[in-house]
Design a protein around this ligand. Structure first.
Ligand SMILES: Nc1nc2c(ncn2[C@@H]2O[C@H](COP(=O)(O)OP(=O)(O)OP(=O)(O)O)[C@@H](O)[C@H]2O)c(=O)[nH]1
Ligand SMILES: [Mg+2]
Length: 322
């Protein structure tokens, strides 16, 4: 499938000025919105977990976790929701659409989400330093990209319910190649090197940047890029630029907000993750014709894991049919 035929966003009206200039604008954080109960469709679609590996996660006890995020669903106006490909809103059914929004996201669950969402098998396939070296079997794939240390490899491990399938580190710059992982023998998750790692040698930085961007532009079976943004800190210019670059190049993108378990104390001046998420979106909103899909996650509490897998399932199944 050619890149230009890829599903998804009706993306972008091209920025009329660099997106990062928006950082200079005052914050437009809107008033808090009423909450809806969590989406019922989710539990119906998620089949039981069957992964059995030596590094499988222990069941986690989060009973002492602070204020769990994501047990509530923020009600968003229709024009801020992401309607998956193949879905539409029937006049008069706005309530029905809102009820199908995945928890902690703006993503509506459509008819292409199937019972194939959960990960049953996951294996490392290969590391490539050039797009040409990547697997050539044409299976659909999703790539995880974001600043160094944002939590790409951790998210991958969370999605596949393994502790060390992808290597993680406290030090940025751990992942340095295009790493393919095969899921359920039918699709790929791709872990990419991070951008914005200031301590990397200049040449290495240029190489990673170039080969990941070439990969986005040349990979016909790339269903969507998942751009990870750290929700525990305010928006960064480099992330806004990256989102803008993907949009301008018509590369389908989902924004994944990471580290949503990290709660800064208001009295210390820190913003809550949901406030950082909202600010980031208000900064990019006017540059997109349609709202890009976004979702809040944590690899510590596994917030957003099932929801991302459902989102991937509906994108993948639509991609396969078109
Ligand atoms: N609190 C919290 N920490 C996280 C989360 N995700 C990742 N981390 C931590 O952030 C650090 C970096 O995680 P990685 O998954 O290695 O990040 P990466 O984006 O793959 O980094 P590079 O490969 O260097 O680009 C590790 O110390 C993780 O434990 C999260 O959701 N919450
Ligand atoms: Mg990594």
């Amino acid at each position: 499938m050619l890149l230009c035929q890829r599903i998804l966003p009706h993306l972008l009206s091209l920025p009329s000025r660099p997106i990062s200039q928006l950082l200079l604008c005052p914050s437009r954080f809107p008033p808090r919105r009423p909450f809806l109960p969590r989406c019922a469709a989710l539990s119906q679609l998620a089949p039981p977990e069957t992964v059995d590996h030596s590094d499988a996660e222990e069941p986690e006890d989060h009973s002492d976790a602070v204020e769990p995020l994501g047990d509530v669903q923020v009600k968003l106006p229709l024009d801020r929701l992401f309607l998956p490909p193949g879905a539409s809103v029937t006049p008069g059914d706005e309530e029905g659409v809102t009820a199908r929004v995945l928890k902690g996201s703006n993503i509506v669950l459509g008819t292409y989400a199937r019972g194939d969402a959960q990960v049953v098998h996951a294996d490392f396939v290969k590391s490539s330093v050039r797009p040409d070296d990547c697997p050539k079997d044409g299976r659909p794939e999703f790539a995880l990209v974001g600043r160094s240390n944002v939590g790409k490899s951790s998210l991958l491990n969370s999605l596949v319910r393994r502790k060390r399938l992808a290597l993680t580190s406290k030090k940025p710059g751990k992942t340095q190649c295009i790493n393919h992982f095969i899921i359920n023998d039918s699709w790929y998750l791709v872990d990419l090197p991070g951008y914005g790692y200031a301590s990397a040698p200049q040449e290495a930085r240029k190489d990673w940047d170039e080969f990941t961007r070439n990969y986005f532009l040349s990979r016909g079976n790339l269903v969507s890029v998942f751009l990870l943004i750290d929700a525990s800190i305010p928006a960064k210019k480099i992330d806004l630029d990256y989102a803008s670059w993907l949009g301008q190049n018509k590369v389908p993108m989902t924004l994944v907000f990471t580290k949503c378990d990290k709660r800064k104390k208001k009295k210390n001046g820190g913003k809550r993750p949901e406030e950082n998420v909202e600010s980031f979106q208000s900064l990019i909103r006017e540059y997109f014709e349609a709202a890009p899909p976004w979702i809040m996650t944590s690899s510590v509490t596994n917030q957003g894991r099932d929801e991302i897998l459902l989102h991937m399932s509906q994108l993948r199944n639509y991609w396969r049919k078109h």
